[in-house]
Design a protein around this ligand. Structure first.
Ligand SMILES: N[C@@H](CCC(=O)N[C@@H](CS)C(=O)NCC(=O)O)C(=O)O
Length: 219
């Protein structure tokens, strides 16, 4: 098997990197990390050497280049069918794909007003109706997935899947910005935090010395 190389940005600030990293980690396959500090690559020169958009994450597998977190997740799901990256059941898989795509193409208010900053802890403040509505939507879809498909384990579709990788940065954001959870959502967030891969990522994020004031200064 050709070597897998995953280009990521800062662990503390790069939510799309976290998603792809959790997916590749779940395959159990060896891979090399290629970390580019976004604050040191202002003109995207390094990132443009890895992929055409100048964004991270990017996966290289021999001469195959895959950019964009969702495309990387799908590529890895095809490459490692035994890893169970998507639920085995067709209906559950369709729902897992839907909620992952919903995250990938939506939740703009959360993404803009609650940027990923894993190691920061801020007091909860009202960030506006659009953020509140998106938080309610996240909690509703977590509840629905857990209630309908989650009986086989603590994750959205029971066993860990790509959908959990796509919502893991949201758990981090809720922790950073003091969004209180209860019931099913609180239990699900605890399961995500307890994943060994998540703990590793958060420990490394806490140890990073690069800081990005644009995100640190968000109240
Ligand atoms: N849709 C892309 C988004 C990738 C993205 O925006 N990555 C951010 C880091 S989290 C980035 O590279 N930002 C730097 C830039 O846009 O210059 C994906 O899913 O991978």
């Amino acid at each position: 098997m050709e070597q897998l190389v995953l280009t990521i940005g800062s662990r503390n600030y790069s939510s799309w990197s976290l998603r792809a990293w959790l997916v590749i980690e779940q395959t159990g396959a060896p891979f090399t990390e290629d970390l580019i500090w976004l604050d040191e690559d202002q003109n995207r020169a390094e990132r443009l050497k890895r992929g055409p958009t100048g964004r991270v994450p990017v996966l290289r597998h021999g001469d195959v280049v895959v950019w964009d977190s969702l495309a990387i997740a799908e590529y890895l799901a095809e490459l490692f069918p035994a890893a169970g990256l998507w639920p085995a059941d067709r209906v559950a898989r369709a729902r897992a794909r839907s909620v992952s795509a919903e995250m990938h193409s939506g939740f703009f208010a959360i993404r803009e007003k609650m940027p990923l900053n894993c190691r920061a802890r801020k007091a909860f403040i009202d960030r506006g109706a659009d953020v509140a509505q998106e938080i309610r939507r996240v909690i509703a879809l977590w509840n629905e997935a857990r209630g309908r498909f989650g009986s086989g384990g603590p994750f959205l579709f029971g066993a860990r899947s790509i959908a959990d990788a796509f919502y893991a940065p949201v758990v981090c954001r809720f922790d950073t910005y003091g969004v209180a959870l209860d019931g099913v959502a609180a239990e699900y967030a605890a399961a995500v935090r307890a994943m060994p891969a998540m703990r590793t990522w958060l420990e490394k994020a806490a140890a990073e010395t690069h800081s990005e004031p644009e995100y640190d200064d968000v109240p």
